[in-house]
Ligand binder design. Structure first.
Ligand code: ZN
Length: 139
C-alpha cells in the first residue's frame, strides 16, 4: 500500500497526537481485512503534532466514533484517487454500541439485546451518560 495515494478509502486527518490508537480500537480497525496505515506524531502547522489514519478500502465507519474520540478530526473520503468529501464530525449527541455501561445494576447488564446508548450530557467537559441508568462513561 502506498500511504500517500489511496484509490478508494478514508483518511482521518488532524487527529490529536496520541489519539490514533484509541480510534483504531473503537473503530475495530484491527478486524478489517484491508490495509490500514497509522501515522503518529506527524508535524502539523495547525496542531504542532497530529496523528493520521488511512484506510484503503471502501467501507462505512461509524463517524460518531471519530467525533467522540476527537471532534476536531477531519474525515476525507477518497474515490478513484480523488478527494470527494471532507468533513468534520463534531461531538456526537448519541453513541450507540461504542461505549458499554459498567454499572452491574443497569438494565443493559440483564437485557443483553438492548443497545448500549450513551448521550452527551455535558458538552464542555465531554461527559457521556448511559441513557438507562445515567452512569457516566469512563474515560
Ligand atoms: Zn447503564
Amino acid at each position: 500500500m502506498n500511504v500517500d495515494s489511496i484509490q478508494n478509502g478514508i483518511v482521518i486527518d488532524h487527529i490529536r497526537a496520541g489519539s490514533a490508537m484509541k480510534l483504531y480500537e473503537l473503530l475495530h480497525l484491527g478486524d478489517l481485512d484491508a490495509p490500514v496505515a497509522i501515522m503518529k506524531n506527524v508535524t502539523s502547522k495547525k496542531l504542532g503534532k497530529k496523528d493520521i489514519i488511512k484506510i484503503d478500502a471502501e467501507l462505512s465507519v461509524d463517524l460518531a466514533v471519530i467525533g467522540y474520540v476527537d471532534p476536531e478530526a477531519t474525515v476525507n473520503i477518497i474515490k478513484d484517487g480523488e478527494l470527494v468529501e471532507k468533513r468534520k464530525i463534531g461531538m456526537p449527541e448519541l453513541l450507540t454500541n461504542v461505549l458499554f455501561c459498567k454499572n452491574p445494576r443497569c438494565v443493559t447488564s440483564t437485557e443483553q439485546e438492548l443497545p448500549h446508548v450513551f448521550k452527551l450530557t455535558d458538552r464542555e467537559r465531554r461527559v457521556y451518560r448511559c441513557i438507562y441508568c445515567e452512569t457516566a462513561a469512563g474515560k
